[in-house]
Design a protein around this ligand. Structure first.
Ligand code: TGC
Ligand code: FAD
Length: 394
């Protein structure tokens, strides 16, 4: 290899030196979020997970960190690049998928819906407080009988004089029962429309979904709407079809493309460290060929998914990214992360099932991540449709 530069040092945590492609500012943001996760999340997350408790109390600190609505412009939002936002998601999900969800749902779903589809008054009223973490938002699209196919939703809104009246049920809503405000999507005579529903509106109730074995450091809820009366000012004026909610999903899915790399990296690092320390048959686990193959495959998956995330981040920043690209990213990176987590869990032997290590927590969290924001099947069909020109959803 002829070059004026010496070969770079090999570092297991960034084997291909992908960090070398990041700007000073991106590295600074990444390092700040990484420190926050190390100080505030990692020491506590196993307990939150075990107790089934969401760290929603961290919202104001996350607001001060600048990660809520981080890539949005104005209204108290940080207005960073999409790549910087992705790096933040990576570090947050290295802590726990539930923490990244807390930030994704707030910034990419609830805030983005208002930022993109709301009126100037709605933006002024809600976004600064949401960016500061003073107001927690949730995003109600899924229903008990309409998940992958949100176009078949039953929740309805009808005009009554100058008001709207909403009836229906939303299911599996992250932060639903701790949120101060919900973005609720409903069927109307004018197409699918979005509404800003403040907590405490008569007829609007929520209930936490219990017995979850995944994403336990995150609240998931059911929303019930019974004759919920809202003024016209609660309607997001610019969204008039399924394009409204689906555009928000692009943002959140983009965050997951990056976040999954963080979960995978955490599992890989845990397995690498464990394999170096743990002795079996008189030698470290890491000294056996069969284990080195696993470590090499895990490292490959972490690097591949990081490269893909960075590529999509650069495309998003240059304006060339399409939803189909995001589908490919989510499909690959969550599948890669699941594979890494499952392999790492085995490398740790019995300790692999203990919350003393992060691996089993990431592994079961990723079962939600592969399902929400479009299942792997849905994203395969989006990519397949784009490749063939034939839509196979119906
Ligand atoms: P289709 O007929 O294809 O499209 C209807 C309208 O939407 C437009 N569109 C999009 N717009 C923006 N972004 C996209 N990705 C879009 N995909 C489609 C389309 O152009 C059309 O617009 P218009 O103006 O002509 O009306 O819709 P379809 O009914 O055939 O469905 C397509 C499909 C299956 C891809 C879509 O429904 C889908 O993505 N399903 C998955 C649902 C999903 O992901 N739900 C997630 C709920 S939120 C959540 O899980 C939060 S988890 C918490 C966390 O993130 O941490
Ligand atoms: P279904 O749509 O019933 O799918 C069942 C199976 O059928 C899946 O394997 C699916 O891949 C497959 N399938 C579906 N369509 C096709 C097809 N055309 N061809 C072949 N196979 C198909 N939703 C929100 O709105 N807001 C939230 O904040 C939110 N948070 C969530 C948090 C958690 C922890 C979880 C688990 C879910 C959350 N969701 C949220 C809901 C999530 O988006 C849905 O679960 C997801 O979209 C899948 O819908 P479903 O569960 O109804 O599965």
């Amino acid at each position: 290899m002829s070059s004026s530069n010496p070969p770079i040092e090999l570092r297991p945590e960034d084997f291909l030196n992908i960090d070398g492609n990041l700007s000073e500012e991106e590295l600074a943001i990444r390092n700040t979020v990484r420190k926050f996760v190390r100080d505030k999340v990692e020491p506590n997350v196993a307990e939150w997970f075990e107790e089934g408790r969401s760290p929603v109390g961290l919202m104001k600190e996350l607001g001060a960190l600048g990660v809520l609505g981080m890539h949005l412009e104005g209204y108290g939002c940080a207005g960073t690049s999409a790549t910087a936002y992705g790096l933040a998601c990576l570090e947050l999900e290295a802590g726990d998928s539930g923490i990244r969800s807390l930030v994704s749902v707030q910034g990419s779903l609830a805030m983005f819906a208002i930022h993109h589809w709301g009126s100037e008054e709605q933006k002024q009223e809600w976004l600064p407080r949401m960016a500061a973490g003073e107001v927690v938002g949730c995003f109600g699209l899924t229903e008990p009988d309409a998940g992958s196919d949100p176009g078949s939703m039953r929740t309805s809104a009808r005009r009554d004089g100058s008001d709207w009246v909403l009836n229906g049920q939303k299911m599996w809503i992250t932060n639903g029962s701790v949120a101060d405000v919900a973005i609720v999507w409903a069927r109307t005579d004018e197409g699918i429309r979005g509404f800003i529903v403040p907590k405490g509106t008569p007829g609007f109730t929520s209930q936490e979904i219990k017995k979850k074995l995944s994403l336990r450091a995150s609240v998931t809820s059911e929303l019930l709407l019974t004759d919920v009366r809202l003024p016209e000012s609660a309607l997001l004026p610019k969204a008039t079809s399924l394009r409204g909610p689906l555009s928000c999903l692009n943002e959140a899915r983009y965050g997951i493309v990056w976040g999954a790399v963080g979960a995978a990296r955490s599992c890989f690092e845990s397995a690498l460290h464990y394999a170096g320390e743990r002795q079996v048959f008189g030698k470290p686990v890491a000294s056996y060929q069969i284990q080195q193959q696993k470590l090499a495959q895990m490292s490959l998956a972490v690097n591949r998914s990081y490269l893909l995330a960075l590529h999509l981040g650069r495309m998003k920043d240059s304006g060339t990214l399409r939803p189909e690209h995001v589908s490919m990213g989510k499909l690959n990176n969550v599948n890669d992360a699941l594979e890494v987590a499952r392999t790492a869990r085995q490398v740790l032997g019995a300790n692999g099932i203990s919350l003393e290590y992060p691996v089993i927590r990431h592994m079961v969290n990723l079962e939600s991540v592969v399902t929400y924001e479009g299942t792997a099947d849905v994203h395969s069909l989006v990519v397949g449709g784009a490749l063939t020109g034939i839509q196979a959803f119906r």
